[in-house]
Design a protein around this ligand. Sequence first.
Ligand code: SF4
Length: 922
Amino acid sequence: MTDNDIPRLVPDGELTSYPPVERWDDWEEYDAGAWPQRVKNTYRLVPTTCFNCESACGLLAYIDKESGTIRRFEGNPEHPGSRGRNCAKGPATINQVDDPERILYPLKRVGERGSGEWERVSWEDALIDIGSRMGTAIREGRNDEIMYHVGRPGEDGFMDRTLKAWDVDGHNSHTNICSSGARVGYAMWSGYDRPSADFANARFILLLSAHLETGHYFNPHAQRIMEAKQAGAKIATVDPRLSNTASMSDYWLSCWPGTEPAMLLAIARLLLEWDAVDHEFMERWVNWKDSMTHRYPGRPPTYREFIEVLKEEYTQYTPEWATEECGLQEGQIEIVARAVADAGHAFSSHTWRSVGSGNLHGWQGARTLQFLHVLTGSVGTKGGLSPSGWVKFKPQHWNMPPPHSRWNEMLWPKEYPLAHHEMSILLPHFLKEGRGKLDVYFTRVYNPIWTNPDGFTWLEVLKDEDKVGLHVALTPTWSETAWFADYVLPMGVAAERHDTHSYETHAAKWLGFRQPVLRVAAERDGRKIERTYETNPGEVWEETEFWIDLSWKIDPDGSLGIRKWFESPNDPSRPISVDEYYGWMFDNSVPGLPEKAAERGLTPLEYMRRFGAVEIERDVYQVNEHPVEGAEVGEHGIATKGGVPVGISIDGEVVAGFKSPSRKLEWYSQTMDEWGWRDEAIPGYQRTHVYWRGMDLDGTERILVPIFRLPTLIHTRSGNAKYLYEISHGHPLWINANDADELGLVTADMVRIETETGHFVMRAWPTEGIRPGVVAASHHLGRWRLDDEKGNERWSSALVNVEQLDDGQWRLRQLKGIEPFTSDDPDSERIWWRDPGVNQNLAFPVHPDPISGMHAWHQRVRIVKAQPGDRYGDVVVDTTKSHEIYKRWLEMTKAAPGPGGLRRPLWLDRPVKPTPDTYRMT
Ligand code: SF4
């Protein structure tokens, strides 16, 4: 052994996966690039959390002690959700840190909005300008003209706290282009809007999603699904496309898009017919008494009669009928139903995007899927499905302001009283109609011009300073939308900011901590750091510190009552620091953390900085049966504490139950009935807006599925990750080989895809991997920029021209694709990929489901060969038609007020809930 030898951690012939945590401050390894020389590098390993998707997997930053730079990211083995594993996007965080084109300084627009002329400004000037404008708006009672619109939140609670402190009902999200459909389906059963599947212990897994490759909580779920498969579990995937997930499954069911609830109800019918029903669970936990009393008043209100009602309600859903309706192969429904029945309590499932996000009435997908769990009693069981809220841990935030006292109809319009999230996709139409205007509009890691449907309508309103007074883009990367901002403020990526988060990855509760790793390393080296930007590249800030400082600028003398929420608890004359903020949280609100930290001689904050995450509880099952002490039992057995429902009395015992109004699982939703949706009040099936019958499938009409993800990209946040774009670029139109023959198309033919509002041009890819009648294109590609050297990163975007044609239509035309360029990174001259893809979302009008508010993404399209003059990547759209279609879908709604003069049921969750009195319409 020489001085240059690194001792092995394990005996010769054995391998170990991760550096042990006790060596993280001083980790040595050979430089792989220097091989065959043995060159030793010494690292400090600091954990943080990936920011590239919602899974929040743990990362470990390898910080070179000599250069003080981050050399790479690997998985954090101490993270309970991801357990050291990542998808390709986790390690690609290093590209986002090192991107030679990243935004390093605050920029202010100097030319016309959208002209691409910027000047560098100081953070202080930007904060004063934005803060004073907001202060004036709040003083004048124009709080509703302030809006925060978030794409990827990546944090839990700090922004809620900030908006409450401002008394602004201005939280807007991306959720109604993402998951608000499925959320309504789940919430109407239990009050919880997402499931938490115990995949690892399941015997049968039913996925309405490409879940192994791209689903919600993708990597943490995928690794547990594969564990179950290795232990013998079977998997069925429902998807018109043969995704990677479908190809790894035991069964692939290629339904017509939007017919999935018919299939699920046929399975329910078979379970009832076979009596593969957990009656003990159903009788105890389903609201059968209320169902009988309110929906079938003439019939005996008994459980036995309820089961008869179920059989009658679903008698039409024979497997034969559903097979035909869904376009499945004979026998498939019976096979899946048998597998569900055999798995019993160990039946797990998930739906994400898919039916809930593609279709009018798509929320019934989650509602009917949950029905199978209710019938089999696989709710809260080992290997079954629990509500998300049982395992998602919400820490308390220091000095939490009370709920705000306003209701913003630009976000929560009366037409959509049951929408699960804000009607974000309709914002530009509301602005066009003059329902209101925005004085200060923050987009935060959000890119509606590219990501949302109807992007040209967004472009129109964002250019209009009478509609949007000041647009501030908080973003780590350029985006199509940031180009139309007044300020572009650079925010940190995963390794450059503080956040906490906890997600429903498995049957355990955990809390993760994202942190600026160079700041942590500097502090371990003894440097005193006041603010995260001191160690970030350029003048990149983190948002927690930004909101604290901005709040001080809104209310510099404290007279608005805002500043007090952001003052240091130790010295009110200065802003609270992140150490004080998160230190309080970890000291006071995370069960078990102080004890775990003390065992290691650390403070709770030091523990989180050292490990990056903490497990709070494992094996979380049957929380509905947890006893509740000291509650008062009132009408219908509902137990309350201080007037707040906390449980239900069953057989003389008070237990937690669920979060629905009845604290039971609601097969019949009295809420939906009372708000005008009687037919929809029980799990059912209504035909989608892309229903296959009646379409011109013998001609050129097809159903377009535009929402599938690629596992290697993440919306518009990965545009600066060269590793990822080298793997994934271009996205052809999947079309069944028979359809391609009928339409006279061969591979790489240019096709024009005609939507209700315009068309786009891409290339065809005939394949057997998609059902005939359906075409599909991933939504992940088609990035564009308006200037050759400014704006979106050149690893991923096309240079385009956007213009209005003589007939008033907008046209986006690619001038050139991706090309090598010169930068500080020599890899930029080695770019070999050329195809940026096509921004298809621009050509989709809004389709808000009248109940959930979810944008129904699927499109009825006509596929024709490209026309003379068409060019690859062209997108042509008529925004006048978009507005007409918005109005047409608006006619399907049933507006508030509902019972009691309410805007919305009080029990239904919504982000940043205001005071109850705001729910009453005046
Ligand atoms: S699944 Fe991939 S992108 Fe998502 S958090 Fe985990 S490593 Fe990051």
